[in-house]
Design a protein around this ligand. Structure first.
Ligand SMILES: [Zn+2]
Ligand SMILES: [Zn+2]
Length: 369
């Protein structure tokens, strides 16, 4: 095993990304080391770079990744999949970026909302570079004991899974919360990686009309390939966007509206676009993008609207996202959502491409070029 591995480090907010060498971890019993195949640039990484999240710098980004198991340290609890099958060297795996959820606190045990557990740690977000290779933008990734690895099925190209990546997992959580029923109409605000996967999963859930609202035009065109039956651009005035959604839903508004744009205005628009008694899920606000005025009487109470927030993901979302990518990867073009692949030296460029929306999805491929 190498004694040092290269990684793309974010020294501080708005500082250029630089490649540094970090020591190989001393694997504790039950730990593993992955040879990184792909890590992704998520919108969250842009927020990290803007200093919008309370995280330790310098840090190394990359929270959703795929790798090959290169080493396993025997002696502890051997990592296993949910079928009880041991994870072996040579397996291609991804892993739930969240770990150390305590399973002792009120959120874990009583509310059964482990995504709100205060003890949880997240690879590539809550760790600093001094914590070691608990990150994806690096040649190797340290799997601490207890990190939940998911084997990539043989029939699934890892590039298809990572094409969906973090956005696919979030989209699955949002679709679960939305409880889409067969034939229902779904409007999706935002056509970035989360919105695109929400559109695909709404269509796979048997939705009737699936209306994508967002920009730019190439993303709207891609939304049709993901399963949108209609799209509305942001060049249409906000009041007219609401009218368009109503026009596509017999004047009633959509049964379900999922906000995946991160724009505060979109939350208010979602409440206007949903039908009376419909459901709105907000999953685009991972950072604080500011307030918006809501009229509780007209937009929520009188409409009898169900409004749900969506934060983080649990193991079951992650696990099912992998299986969905395997089952539907030939039908849904997740793989083609990736518009750029970058080595570690190009990680800053990859981040800039996602920030400027030049790329829907950019990958960091640490062991290539
Ligand atoms: Zn807890
Ligand atoms: Zn992410």
């Amino acid at each position: 095993m190498n004694s040092m591995f290269r990684a793309a480090v974010m020294p501080g907010p708005r500082q250029p990304i630089e490649v540094r060498e970090l020591p190989a971890p001393e694997l504790e019993p039950g730990a593993a080391l992955l040879h990184t195949l792909y890590s992704e640039v998520c919108g969250t990484d842009v927020h990290l770079h803007h200093g919008r999240l309370d995280v330790p710098f310098p840090l190394i980004p990359g929270h959703v990744s795929v790798g090959t198991v290169a080493a396993l340290r025997r002696g502890g609890d051997q990592p296993r999949d949910v079928e009880g099958e041991p994870i072996r060297e040579g397996d291609v795996v991804t892993f739930l970026d969240v770990h150390e959820t305590c399973n002792h606190c009120y959120h874990c045990l009583v509310a059964q909302q482990p995504t709100r557990c205060a003890k949880r740690r997240v690879y590539g977000i809550t760790y600093g570079a001094h914590d070691g290779l608990l990150v994806g933008w690096s040649e190797a990734i340290w799997m601490k004991p207890g990190v939940k690895m998911v084997r990539i099925p043989r029939a699934l190209d890892p590039a298809t899974f990572i094409g969906g990546g973090c956005g696919l997992v979030t989209a699955l959580h949002a679709i679960d919360l939305a409880q889409v029923r067969l034939g229902e109409s779904v409007a999706v605000l935002g056509v970035g990686p989360v919105g695109q996967s929400v559109i695909a999963l709404a269509a796979l859930s048997g939705a009737g009309e699936v209306i994508g609202v967002g920009a730019p035009n190439d993303r709207l065109a891609f939304a049709h390939r993901m399963g949108a039956t209609q799209t509305v651009g942001l060049d249409v005035k906000p009041a007219d966007r609401i009218e368009r959604v109503r026009a596509h839903t017999r004047g009633r508004g959509a049964d379900v509206v999922i906000e995946a744009s991160g724009s505060p205005d979109a939350v208010s628009q979602a409440l206007d676009m949903v039908r009376d008694g419909g459901r709105v899920v907000v999953c685009g606000h991972y950072t604080d993008n500011g307030p918006v005025e809501i009229h509780p009487h007209w937009q929520i109470n009188r409409k009898h609207v169900e409004l749900r927030g969506c934060w983080g993901s649990q193991y079951h979302h992650f696990h099912r996202a992998v299986q969905l990518a395997a089952h539907f990867g030939a039908r849904v073009p997740w793989r083609e959502m990736v518009s750029g692949r970058y080595g570690l030296e190009g990680a800053g460029e990859a981040l800039a491409a996602v920030e400027s929306q030049a790329a829907i999805k950019a990958l960091v491929v640490p062991n290539e070029g």
